[in-house]
Design a protein around this ligand. Structure first.
Ligand SMILES: [Zn+2]
Length: 275
């Protein structure tokens, strides 16, 4: 399975040292929206979608405060759909979109692939789309799925995967892509595991924000930690899952490469590693 690592939305909040952990206080930080484009036995699968063309056309739908705080670049050439085309594919070749969760910086590109099945945890759909349980006001940008995608849902259960539970996302045709519930950031948040040639990749979404959070001695820049705390809908659950991921990295780091959505260090490591 060939796997491309894409950054589908650079964000440049102020205060680099307190966001990236390096550089100056008044420099702009760099954050990415790390997505995967996977060539499967059933067409292309996109893992997370980042910022989409409709978000760039109407940035205010992302929320005035969110745009001010995160300062997204809003460059159409960074969207997943334009990168898919640069790689020589048609948008229609993307048959599956797998989402870690439905926050705006992950679900923005869904509408750019209107024919794709959208895979998401049932709890995430219930809170973000059906409003069965109340989310904080403005948490989800519901216009991002107003075209009515064909959803596919995941619950608990599944097979053991290094001590986690994973469900095969594309069925038996493609056993090497798993949806792995990692709730906390949102109730239906998942990690998505993809087997590369000789190693697994775990796209851990927003279950942690900074590579230092998985190190033996946990490290987290001040402002990024503040953003993380504010965004956690179930903080204790996220903390417990972060600890499980830290254990996984220390015991099986040679078999599994773990990365999160927004950390540029994780992103560059993956791109250099050519997984
Ligand atoms: Zn995010």
């Amino acid at each position: 399975m060939h796997i491309h690592h894409l950054n589908t939305g650079t964000m440049c909040p102020i205060g680099r040292r307190f966001v990236n952990g390096t550089g100056g206080i008044f420099q702009r930080a760099r954050m990415v929206c790390h997505c995967l484009l996977v060539e499967t036995h059933d067409g292309l699968a996109l893992v997370d979608t980042g910022i989409g063309l409709d978000d760039i056309a109407q940035p205010l739908r992302l929320g005035r405060k969110w745009v001010r705080q995160t300062a997204p670049r809003l460059d159409p050439s960074e969207t997943a759909v334009q990168q898919v085309e640069v790689l020589g594919y048609q948008p229609g070749d993307v048959r599956h979109v797998l989402l870690t969760h439905l926050d705006r910086d992950h679900a923005g590109g869904i509408a750019d692939f209107p024919r794709a099945k959208v895979h998401v945890h049932r709890k995430e759909h219930e809170i973000a789309v059906l409003h069965k349980t109340a989310a904080p006001k403005g948490r989800y940008v519901t216009d991002q799925w107003k075209h009515g995608p064909e959803w596919t849902f995941y619950g608990e259960g599944g097979d053991d995967w290094f001590g986690f539970k994973g469900v095969r996302a594309l069925g038996d045709r493609e056993p090497d892509i798993l949806m792995i519930p990692l709730p906390g950031h949102t109730p239906g948040h998942c990690g998505i595991a993809v087997r590369a040639k000789d190693k697994w990749l775990l796209h851990a979404g927003d279950s942690y924000f900074f590579h230092g959070q998985l190190q033996a001695k946990v490290r987290m820049p001040l402002v990024l930690g503040y953003f993380q705390r504010k965004a956690d809908l179930e903080r204790n659950l996220r903390m417990a899952n972060q600890e499980r991921l830290r254990q996984l990295k220390s015991t099986h780091g040679h078999e599994v490469t773990i990365f999160n959505s927004h950390d540029p260090v994780d992103y560059e490591n993956c791109r250099c590693g050519q997984h």
